[in-house]
Design a protein around this ligand. Structure first.
Ligand code: HEM
Length: 134
């Protein structure tokens, strides 16, 4: 069997939590706001549905090999975040790492070294891409 790409490794970890019927949304935002209180303030008015949609979109992006999402979604959304929501580029790392850590905790012993390295690579690529946008 061919080795999985980083995007496939991340996808594998996310399909497993889906199979286990685990919803990490609350854990992710709890963890994120603890690490980045400024984000908690910006998102203070967002309801759980909005948070769920944001997380879904983030999953979709991180699983997409091109990292663009449908219709160049990434570029558009980030522009929106930076201009419209007052989000800062340096708020992304904590967000993405909080997601990874919550998925890892949820998977327990099913979390494998390939998941660790897959997430590591995808987070890095996403941040690289982010830094290129203005
Ligand atoms: C790749 C990373 C991210 C993606 C794909 C993403 C995606 C989204 C989407 C799709 C929405 C709109 C949800 C809806 O109303 O249906 C949203 C809203 C928002 N996001 Fe993000 N987001 C990301 C990262 C971040 C980060 C790091 C912050 C930092 C605080 C942030 C702050 C917000 C805020 C403040 C809103 C609006 C909340 C509101 O209307 O109450 N996002 N995001």
């Amino acid at each position: 069997m061919e080795a999985m790409s980083a995007a496939e490794q991340v996808t594998d970890s996310l399909s497993r939590i889906a199979e286990m019927d685990i919803d990490v949304t609350q854990a992710v935002y709890g963890e994120y706001f603890a690490r980045c209180p400024a984000a908690g303030i910006l998102m203070g008015y967002s309801d759980p549905h909005m948070q769920g949609r944001m997380l879904e979109q983030t999953f979709a992006l991180i699983m997409d090999p091109s990292l663009q999402g449908e219709d160049q979604y990434f570029r558009w959304e980030i522009g929106n975040h930076l201009m419209g929501y007052g989000v800062n580029k340096n708020m992304y790392l904590d967000y993405l790492e909080s997601i990874r850590d919550c998925v890892k905790i949820a998977l327990e012993e099913e979390w494998e070294p390939m998941h660790e390295s897959g997430w590591q690579l995808r987070i890095q690529s996403l941040l690289d891409e982010l830094m290129l946008l203005d």
